[in-house]
Design a protein around this ligand. Structure first.
Ligand code: NAP
Length: 282
């Protein structure tokens, strides 16, 4: 049976470092502060907001809530972003997406100050993930995958990696981060032919698809490390990943559970990005 790559110890190690930096900054009169900008009341957003706020409170990061109604106009939303950009007491801004249809999400992302982009949504942040310049923050979930691999001592240099999913929040940045660590990466999506063969080719397999059980038993093999990013909510409210976990745990060497894997680490990465943004802020 596979070793479970649990997120809790990874998050605890990150939180310890984050809390120490946050305490030092607060002692100097600069409390690291995250603004959460949410439009509407989507249950998924509310759940993540609660988890992020709890995590931030636990490490000494203050949270401000900017809640706008579902019917908010583009102008009002842009004004809110501009106000947060100009507020020296706010070091990071988390904007929930997708935004309601009437809003131009691209324009909102472009408007966010790059130094406050703690979830790596701006083109500048994503560009810095590709260039490796360190000038911006990577998306928290993609970074959380790397934190799991680092914590459990999984060497990436020269390994093959298969990432399934090509979104800008998970798949593409995860592929870039793995490449920067000298893995040889295959990036798959819904049009990939023979997905199972591509998946099995990866010494590391990262799945970010968003469909429960989409990654079946033919995708796993001995020697493999499987990181399941999928967070799929069942009709009964239960949380499942993308992978068939019984099959993954029977075949692979290491598997991250859902819940209790990547998701647990993501908010710890977010809090760390906020203290790093506060450290950089004048
Ligand atoms: P997304 O934007 O919907 O992207 C899904 C990707 O999966 C797309 O690239 C899509 O391909 C691909 N895909 C869909 N069905 C496929 C199939 N049958 N075979 C191969 N590829 C397929 O989703 P996302 O935002 O990246 O999120 C992915 C999952 O991660 C979701 O479950 C989400 O809830 C979870 N997530 C978790 C966290 C966390 O903190 N744990 C954070 C963010 C997201 P195409 O590009 O061809 O359409």
């Amino acid at each position: 049976m596979a070793v479970l790559l649990k997120g809790a110890p990874v998050a605890a190690a990150l939180n310890e470092e984050t809390a120490a930096i946050a305490a030092a900054l607060t002692a100097r009169g600069k409390t690291p502060t995250l603004a959460i900008l949410r439009v509407g009341e989507k249950e998924a957003d509310l759940a993540y907001e609660r988890a992020a706020a709890r995590r931030c409170a636990g490490v000494g990061v203050a949270v401000r809530f900017e809640i706008l109604p579902e019917t908010v106009s583009q102008a009002e939303l842009m004004e809110t972003v501009a106000r947060l950009n100009g507020d020296a007491g706010v070091h990071g801004v988390l904007i929930f997406s997708p935004l309601p249809r009437q809003l131009d999400e691209e324009a909102v992302r472009r408007a966010l100050a790059p130094e406050k982009d703690v979830d790596g949504v701006t083109d500048g942040s994503l560009g810095s993930v590709l260039s490796g310049s360190g000038g911006g923050f990577p998306p928290c979930t993609a970074q959380a995958c790397l934190e799991l691999l680092n914590f459990y001592g999984i060497d990436l240099a020269g390994k093959t990696a298969c990432v399934i999913g090509r979104s800008l929040v998970v798949g593409k940045p995860a592929a870039a981060l793995l490449t920067a660590r000298d893995a040889t990466v295959t990036l798959c999506h819904s049009k990939t032919r023979d997905l199972a063969a591509a998946a099995r080719s990866g010494d590391i397999l990262i799945t970010a698809v968003g469909r429960a059980g989409a990654i079946g038993g033919d995708c796993f093999r001995p020697g493999q490390v499987v990181i399941d990013v999928g967070t799929n909510v069942g009709a009964d409210g239960s949380l499942t990943g993308d992978c068939d976990h019984a099959a993954a745990e029977a075949a692979a060497d290491c598997v991250s559970p859902v819940p209790g894997g990547v998701g647990t680490v993501t908010t710890a990465v977010l809090a760390r990005h906020v203290v790093q943004a506060a450290e950089k802020a004048r």
